[in-house]
Design a protein around this ligand. Structure first.
Ligand SMILES: [Zn+2]
Ligand SMILES: [Zn+2]
Length: 184
C-alpha cells in the first residue's frame, strides 16, 4: 500500500498560486519514530496546506500526536498531545549561491523537488520529535521527590529535615572543611 503521505503535486506545479490540502491520519509506526514517548499504534493527524509559487511549493501545517512520558520531578506518568508545526519549502531548483542579502536565502534552505511528488514522512517525523517535550512536568508546581529519602512530596510528608543554612556558620563550615581535608 502506497504511503498516503506521498502527495502528487503535478497539478500544483502547472499553475503558480494553485493550492492543495493534505489531511491524513497515519499510524505512528509509519514514521519510524523509534522513541519511547510515542506509541507505534498512536494516530498522527497531519493537516498541511500546499501552495505553489513560481519557484516551488510552500507547505504549511501541523501534525498532532499523543505522547506519554514521566514527570521530571516525581517520575509520575505524564501524557499530552503535541501539534508540531510543519513549515517546508520545496524548490524546483536548488540555488547554487547563497547571498545573505538575498530574499531567496529562504529558498536556499528549501528541499529539492524531485519529480512531481512530495513525501511528507520525514518532515512530519522531524517536526514531531522536536515538539514532544524532553522533560515534562505532571503539573507546573509539582513538588517532586524528597532528595534525601525519595518520598513523593505531593502525597506524603517525610521526616527529613530541610537544612536552612545560617550564614554565620558558613565561615566555620569552611574552616571545618579545610581541617577535614588536612586530616585525610
Ligand atoms: Zn510530578
Ligand atoms: Zn525525605
Amino acid at each position: 500500500m502506497a504511503s498516503t503521505l506521498v502527495v502528487n503535486v503535478l497539478d500544483l506545479l502547472r499553475r503558480a498560486g494553485a493550492e492543495k490540502r493534505v489531511d491524513v491520519v497515519a499510524a505512528a509506526r509509519q514514521f519510524d519514530f523509534a522513541d519511547s514517548r510515542i506509541d507505534d499504534n498512536a494516530d498522527v493527524e497531519v493537516a498541511i496546506e500546499l501552495e505553489s509559487s513560481s519557484t516551488g511549493i510552500v507547505a504549511h501545517g501541523a501534525a498532532r500526536v499523543g505522547w506519554t512520558s514521566v514527570c521530571r520531578r516525581c517520575l509520575r506518568p505524564v501524557a499530552g498531545t503535541v501539534a508540531a508545526e510543519i513549515d517546508e519549502v520545496f524548490s524546483r531548483e536548488v540555488p547554487k549561491h547563497r547571498r545573505e542579502s538575498d530574499e531567496s536565502v529562504v529558498a536556499a534552505d528549501a528541499e529539492p523537488l524531485i519529480g512531481d511528488q512530495i513525501d511528507f514522512t520525514l518532515p512530519v517525523r522531524e517536526a514531531v520529535l522536536l515538539a514532544v517535550p524532553d522533560a515534562p512536568l505532571c503539573r507546573d508546581d509539582c513538588p517532586g521527590l524528597c532528595p534525601h529519602c525519595g518520598a513523593d512530596r505531593a502525597t506524603t510528608t517525610c521526616s527529613c529535615v530541610t537544612f536552612v543554612r545560617d550564614e554565620r556558620w558558613a565561615a566555620l563550615d569552611a574552616l571545618r572543611g579545610t581541617l577535614d581535608d588536612a586530616v585525610e
